[in-house]
Structure formats: C-alpha cells, structure tokens
Design a protein around this ligand. Structure first.
Ligand SMILES: [Fe+2]
Length: 211
C-alpha cells in the first residue's frame, strides 16, 4: 500500500503466539525466541481478563442485538463507530463500513481480540505470523504467510497478540457493520504500508487518536 495511510480513529482488530516470529525473513534487532521453559510460579496473579474466545462470544452476542446494530449511524462517505462496554474491562466497538472502505495494515500490540460481522460482508487480509513489535522499521515477509478470509454476516474470528491484518468492505453497494472487542484495551496500534513482501512501519497511534 503506497498511498497515504487512511486516517483511523477506530481501533481495528488481529493472530499469533508471542513466542517466535515464524514467517519473518528479516527482523533487525529481534531477540531470539525463547525456548520452552518450566513454568515458574510468579507473584500472585491479577484476575485474568477475558480471553479471545470470550471476546468472540461477546461480539457474536452483541451482533445479534439488532436494535443496537440498527442504532449505529451510517455514513456513505466514511466509517462510523460507537464505543461499547466490553466484558471484563475490554474495549469494544460497533463499526460501520461504507462500500470500498478499509483499515490499511495494522496491529493491536499486545491485545487479543475478536470481531464479527453483524451485517454485510468484510474481507480480512492477515499474516499467519506473529510480528515483533519493536526494533525494526521494515520487514521482508516470507512467502506463504498471507491469509485471506471473507466474513459474511454472522461470521467472525478471534485473534491473539501481535495479529497483523487489514479489514475491507469490498462490496460496491452494501454497507457492512461489525462488532469488535480487545483486551487489554488497546494501548496503541501500529500502522504499516505494504509493498509486495515488504512491510514498513509508518506510524504508531495511541488511544488519544481514536477516542
Ligand atoms: Fe484490526
């Protein structure tokens, strides 16, 4: 994607385990992936937040709330959004997508998340690799790590930390509406351009950019 990145005021969703970065051919400054270690009991753990599967359950139930979905104003000229109360302190959004709109490539830092389509159809392009979050500006991706899926009304997905993707409404005529949830609430989003197999970090956004 060589065009300027679309301005984004909404966080948008992501997959991948934090250990190791398969699929990344060149990543300057990336530390070696840790090997398996014996589980060492740490300090008393805080109450765990919702899992990606639980967030997926939430977005599915929310997408079934037809009155809520219908309450989202739709704008033919741009995306619209409504902040929702997610479960367990998570961040959630109802997002409207006019035909032809999309997010550009981005990640969700250390947050896990889920999204589902409440109406219309969305395309997700993603990487089947966990991308290191620091210490690089451009990455050459190996072949075969691109994934794509078409999500029709009622279909969704969960994703893990460091998921990198873009979401698009490829329809020429039909608006789409989707429900998204993230935990922890998004601390930042990294935005990328994509030229062939090269992913380039363009910008990092924080909550002040989309609140
Ligand atoms: Fe996203």
């Amino acid at each position: 994607m060589s065009a300027p990145l679309p301005s984004l005021r909404t966080p948008l969703p992501g997959d991948g385990a934090p250990a190791g970065f398969p699929g990344v051919a060149a990543a300057a400054g990336v530390p070696a992936a840790p090997g398996p270690t014996a589980a060492a009991p740490g300090p008393a753990a805080a109450v765990p937040g919702p899992t990606a599967a639980e967030l997926l359950d939430f977005v599915r139930r929310t997408a079934d709330d037809t009155a809520l979905v219908a309450s989202l104003p739709l704008d033919p000229d741009g995306r619209t959004w409504l902040r929702l109360e997610g479960p367990g302190g998570s961040e959630a959004w109802l997002i409207g997508w006019p035909p032809g709109t999309g997010t550009g490539w981005h990640d969700h830092a250390e947050s896990v998340g889920a999204f589902t389509v409440a109406s219309g159809t969305l395309r997700e392009h993603s990487l089947a690799a966990s991308i290191p979050t620091e210490g690089w500006r451009t990455l050459e991706l190996t072949e075969g790590i691109d994934r794509t899926r078409l999500l029709a009304t009622g279909q969704g997905r969960a994703f893990g930390r460091h998921h990198v993707h873009e979401v698009l409404n490829e329809s020429g005529r039909q608006h789409a509406v989707s429900v998204h949830a993230y935990y922890p609430p998004l601390p930042r989003i990294r935005r990328y351009s994509r030229t062939g197999e090269v992913l380039r970090l363009e910008q990092t956004e924080g909550p002040e950019d989309w609140q």
